[in-house]
Structure formats: structure tokens, C-alpha cells
Write a protein that binds this ligand. Sequence first.
Ligand SMILES: *[C@@H]1O[C@H](CO)[C@@H](O)[C@H](O)[C@H]1NC(C)=O
Ligand SMILES: *[C@@H]1O[C@H](CO)[C@@H](O)[C@H](O)[C@H]1NC(C)=O
Ligand SMILES: *[C@@H]1O[C@H](CO)[C@@H](O)[C@H](O)[C@H]1NC(C)=O
Length: 192
Amino acid sequence: MESSQGHGDDEAKTETLAVILAAAPEASQTSRQELLEQLQQCQKQQRDVNLMLHTVTQDSRCRLCPEKWLWWMGRCYFFSVGLQENRQWNESAEFCRRHNSSLVVIEDSAEMDFIQGVMRNFSQVPFLWVGLTDAKQEGQWLWGDGRAVQHYMQVMVEWDSDHRDCADLRGGTSLFAADCEEYGPWACKKEY
Ligand SMILES: *[C@@H]1O[C@H](CO)[C@@H](O)[C@H](O)[C@H]1NC(C)=O
Ligand SMILES: *[C@@H]1O[C@H](CO)[C@@H](O)[C@H](O)[C@H]1NC(C)=O
Ligand SMILES: *[C@@H]1O[C@H](CO)[C@@H](O)[C@H](O)[C@H]1NC(C)=O
């Protein structure tokens, strides 16, 4: 914040100096020389600030999410589609856990839109495992954080039956019950 403020000040100074130089053709040779030197000094500072900002933003310590994870609204998301690998639901959940995250829990329609947008961008993704299961008690769908399926949004899980205990997300914001042992891509989420 401070450096961008300083940057703005430099620009303002440079402009002011340029105006003074233009408006004072009769100023003595010495003072013109001084003003020019100040102007050059300002321009040098501006270049230094730009270089510094560039260096800082390229620094991996400033990257918000791990490499290959997407940042969205203060969270980091991993979409497995880049891996060219499909997993059963529990193995997908295990992958997320090992990366200090969880199978995605979709908390509102904006997040749903974001995930659907990513799915559209990867046209090869027919569905994604999400963190929603009724394995503990048939028909009682719970998100990975223990909340009931309807807690965040009015969503239904289609095709529910005895041996379909894991939910996947498809286009059109529908959640479908599927056999947990099916293989598919998945999405993880974590706070950064
Ligand atoms: C996932 O489930 C399968 C059987 O459905 C089991 O063989 C495997 O050990 C489980 N893996 C994990 C990480 O729980
Ligand atoms: C997960 O968190 C632990 C403890 O904070 C850390 O040591 C580990 O490096 C993290 N692993 C990944 C893949 O981020
Ligand atoms: C989808 O791809 C477009 C074009 O590359 C990009 O602008 C947009 O941000 C992407 N959307 C998501 C949700 O990743």
C-alpha cells in the first residue's frame, strides 16, 4: 500500500515539475537545471518503485495459493482435471486431505457459479466429486463440514438410492447420487 502511495506522489511531482518547466521559460539557467535534475531524480525513483513492485509480485512467498490451485474469494481450489486421473470418492477425499484441504463444500450460488464456470472451461469434465455423502445414514446427505445438504442452498440430490452414497456435481448446478466406487475427477478447497 505504502509503495503505491509513494508511486502516486512521484507521478504528481513529476507532472508538477513538467508544468513549472513549461510555464517558466524565463527562469534562470541554474534553477532550470535544478528543476531538471529533480525531475530526473523523480523519474529514477519511479523506475525503482516499478522494479520493486515487479520483484515483489513475482516472489513465490506472495503467491496466494499453491501452484496449480485457483484463487477465488479468499479460498484456494484444486481441480483434478489437469491430472488426467480419476479416483473413487474416498481416494479423492484423501487427496484433498493430504493437501490440507477438503473435497469442496459449496456454500452459496456464487461459489456454485464459479465451479460451474471452471467445469465449462474444461469441457471434458462431465462431473466432479464434491464433499457430500449419505454413507453414514441412507438419505441423510451431509456436507464434509457436517452440515445438512440444505444448510447452504436449496439443492436436491437426484437419483438417491441404497448403493449411491456419494454426490457429484454436474452442469446445470445439479447434484447427483453416485456409487462411491465410481471413478471421476474431483475438486478440493481450502482457506489460504
Ligand atoms: C476407499 O474405498 C475402497 C473400497 O471402496 C477401499 O479399498 C480403500 O482402501 C479406501 N481408501 C481410503 C483412502 O479410504
Ligand atoms: C500441510 O500442513 C502441515 C502443517 O501445517 C504442513 O507441515 C504441510 O507442509 C502442509 N502440506 C501441504 C501439502 O501443504
Ligand atoms: C474460463 O476461461 C476464460 C477464458 O480463458 C477465463 O476468462 C475465465 O476466467 C475462466 N473462468 C473460470 C471460472 O475459470
